[in-house]
Design a binder for this molecule. Sequence first.
Ligand code: NAD
Ligand code: AKB
Length: 315
Amino acid sequence: MTEMILVIGANGQIGTELVTALRAKHGESQVVASDLHPPRNADSNGPFEQASVTDATAVRAIFEKYKPTQVYLLAAILSAVGEQKPKLAWDLNMNGLLNVLDLAVEFKVAKVFWPSSIAVFGPNSPKQNTPQYCVMDPNSVYGFSKLAGERWCEYYFEKYGLDVRSIRYPGLIGWKAAPGGGTTDYAVHIFHEALAKGEYQSFLSADTELPMMHMDDAIRATIGLMEAPAEKLSIRSSYNLAGVSFTPEQLSGEIKKHIFGFKLTYSDNDPRQAIADSWPKSIDDSQAQKDWGWKAEFDLPKLVEDMLLNLRKIK
Ligand code: NAD
Ligand code: AKB
């Protein structure tokens, strides 16, 4: 079957890499990129549609034009920006999702991907090896918009038979695109500053351990989940997914092996610290391993080596 794939929120940290990967696999003309803003990648020749996902009429026109067989909805406001613009975050993260789910049912889209986050967990969730099912009391707007989104995804699967698939991504680290305003962004910025200045001021404290993942692993997981046979998938809310967990201090220690004299300092009273403190330190992803054979490839040394190698080439 020839796929026609629509990626909404295509200009962001994940979309930039996902569109490239999907176009390499399915052909440029088969992957439609869409975003609120004009395309960032001037080298990309594939179709592009500028629209807001909250504008149901505009999104409907895109569905009518391309008749997508798969839709990836990436447009969202992330955790840190969400605390500055709580109502906007709720509106985009909820109504954008509901618009896409409704259109996917109406246009009989075969598969929908929508990402959740480790932000669905809260202060009373277990911190170590956080299980798939446990207490979930997220206290950021982003976190509870993702938790509500998970419930909607499962609901559309159960009620309307829509094949929705989802992953609770950890903090993602890639060299091709900048992160979009999250709590884990320090772990991308640190590489740019380490190479440019030999130092970085972290907005999270030295011992703040968080689950993270190299972008290559995240893209492989996303496409792997979308290609898995439907009958193998036991979770239609969102799968826990683990990569590598580390603190700013541990990341800095690994960077120092490559950049002699790299200096990490810390700022006080950053609002992102409270968000990070409410999140898990590590994730149990045994259900993803069991259902669709997921396994991360990047550990901390490999992630750091890859980031520095590639950033050195493009700087
Ligand atoms: P990002 O902020 O980098 O990109 C989001 C994109 O959505 C941007 O290009 C933005 O222009 C676009 N957008 C914003 N408002 C829009 C609108 N109204 N209509 C259409 N497009 C709009 O985000 P990302 O890091 O690429 O994340 C993509 C998804 O993955 C989000 O749902 C996010 O919650 C989830 N996620 C990301 C991470 C991570 O570490 N990057 C971790 C967990 C979950
Ligand atoms: C954020 O920090 O908001 C994101 C996420 C983990 O969802 N990177």
